[in-house]
Design a protein around this ligand. Structure first.
Ligand code: MN
Length: 489
């Protein structure tokens, strides 16, 4: 049997310090999770706020295939909120360790917790909810009491049981043994909810499955309280590729979903994070890249395409001719000696500033250099820009046009606009040029990233597309504009 996947990105994940999602954002993520193929979406805690209630309601009404679940305590108002929001199920937890019992229900004894749990489960069933019942902090609970609590829950007709390692102190061997013990007594589906406080969440989750757990709680990008929950992408990929345990997850959607969650939660995925981190399929130039280009399995356990992403080759500041040539070959470009020299010098220019150069950057540089013509009618000799607060952006340019020097100045709405206006003025007596479109992209993100500018220029009925790639947005724009001019004139 494939393991049941409960995704808690929108509940425990949203409890990540600093994360707060709007209703619309939660719906967007829920839709992505549904496409990803998780069985259960724990969409939030209906009782916790009006926004949470509305989000669960909206997600429940959006016609998703997944079961929509609300988190709740063993309290009537929590159950009512979950049911009123239209959730299919409730993941309800009762404190099971003495630490949690005395902190959450001061003065209450273990027997009281059992009684309250039974009442809550029965009430939730009355309200039409599927009940997943968990002992909170189960990994620090006395095992015999936990089993007693589960027994009562089963008698009260809970639908599933959950073992929660609330503070992430479990170990893989204990996870496996404990699941075996629980499964030996109960036939109900058993879930494992793990946390990564010691970096063992994924391992614990996998060993819980090996011990007989039927369901796992995971979150995209390993979001969750403190160090987070078990990462969905790690658990799924390790199960499938290392343990041969298939899941229903659509692996192609893993990376796009990770990116969406990163954008909306604004919790940046660390570059060295398995599967979804920036560096997970990135290779430094040198021996690695040349072997990798011959056979990708040399330095990759799986292909990045499997999870919907692409391999990246990074050229450091020591980027050699061989690396650039390898990338050119991969993309099918040919360059003259001079062009290759120019490409290398531009790549090094970025590398020297300590910025990593990706294959996408190199590609933009190559394409820019390859379009450059040797014979230039228009050359940029000088450019100066003034911009700031209480200043009208102003640019002055000195161009060489057909061997003649022309100096012009112009203002604009911004520095790029001012620079382009000044160039237009300088060439106005030679040609009437219209800027049809202007598109700018930062290739790898960051304020020091390579900026790729693509412009379309028109002269009469002739339209050309030109490109500029620099770390300086103004220079990239001017370069693209001048290249286009040289094509047209
Ligand atoms: Mn948790």
């Amino acid at each position: 049997m494939e393991p049941i996947i409960l995704d808690t990105t929108l509940r425990d994940g949203e409890q990540t310090p600093g994360v707060s999602l709007s209703v619309d954002q939660k719906v967007m993520i829920a839709e992505a999770l549904d496409k990803l193929g998780v069985d259960i979406i724990e969409a939030g805690t209906a009782i916790s706020s009006e926004g949470e209630f509305e989000a669960i309601k909206a997600i429940s009404q959006s016609g998703l295939k997944a079961e929509i679940c609300s988190f709740g305590r063993i309290k009537k108002e929590d159950i009512d909120a979950a049911a009123d929001a239209g959730a299919d199920s409730i993941f309800m937890v009762a404190p099971s360790s003495d630490i949690h019992i005395s902190a959450k229900f001061p003065g209450r004894k273990r027997e009281d917790i059992i009684e309250m749990s039974v009442e809550a489960i029965e009430y939730a069933r009355e309200r039409g909810l599927i009940v997943e019942f968990g002992g909170e902090d189960a990994s620090r609970a006395e095992f015999n009491f936990l089993m007693e609590l589960y027994r009562a829950a089963v008698d009260a007709k809970a639908d599933r049981l959950t073992f929660t390692d609330t503070v992430g102190v479990f170990t893989p061997d204990r996870a496996m043994e404990t699941m075996k013990k629980i499964k030996a007594e109960f036939k109900l589906p058993l879930a494992f909810h793990g946390h990564d406080d010691f970096g063992l969440a994924t391992a614990n989750t996998i060993f819980a499955i090996r011990g007989g757990a039927d369901e796992v709680h995971v979150a995209v990008n390993g979001l969750g309280e403190r160090a987070g929950n078990a990462a969905l992408e790690e658990v799924v990929m390790a199960l499938e590729f290392l343990y041969g345990i298939k899941t229903k997850v659509n692996k192609q959607a893993i990376y796009p979903t990770s990116q969406l969650v990163e954008k909306l939660t604004r919790i940046v995925v660390p570059p060295n994070k398995p599967i979804v981190g920036d560096n997970a399929f990135t290779h430094e130039s040198g021996i690695h890249t040349s072997a990798l280009l011959r056979d990708t399995t040399t330095y990759e356990p799986i292909s990045p395409e499997i999870i919907g992403r692409k391999r990246q080759l990074v050229l450091g500041k020591h980027a050699g001719r061989a690396s650039v040539e390898a990338i050119m070959k991969e993309f099918g470009y040919r360059a003259s000696k001079e062009q290759l020299k120019e490409i290398l010098s531009r790549v090094k220019e970025i590398g020297d500033r300590g910025k990593r150069v990706t294959d996408a950057d190199v590609r933009a540089i190559i394409e820019t250099v390859l379009q450059i013509r040797h014979e230039k009618k228009i050359k940029l000799l000088d450019l100066s820009i003034v911009s700031g607060v209480n200043v009208t952006p102003t640019a002055s340019v000195k161009l060489q046009i057909n061997g003649r020097e022309v100096v012009e100045a112009a203002v604009g709405l911004g520095p790029v606009d001012a620079a382009i206006n000044a160039i237009k003025k300088a060439i106005s007596e030679y040609a009437d040029i219209e800027l049809v479109s202007y598109h700018v992209d930062a290739i790898t993100g960051g304020t020091d990233a390579l900026v790729d500018v693509v412009v379309q220029l028109r002269r009469g009925d002739k339209i050309v597309t030109a490109r500029g790639a620099r770390t300086d947005i103004i220079m990239a724009s001017v370069e693209a504009f001048l290249e286009g001019l040289n094509m047209l004139i």
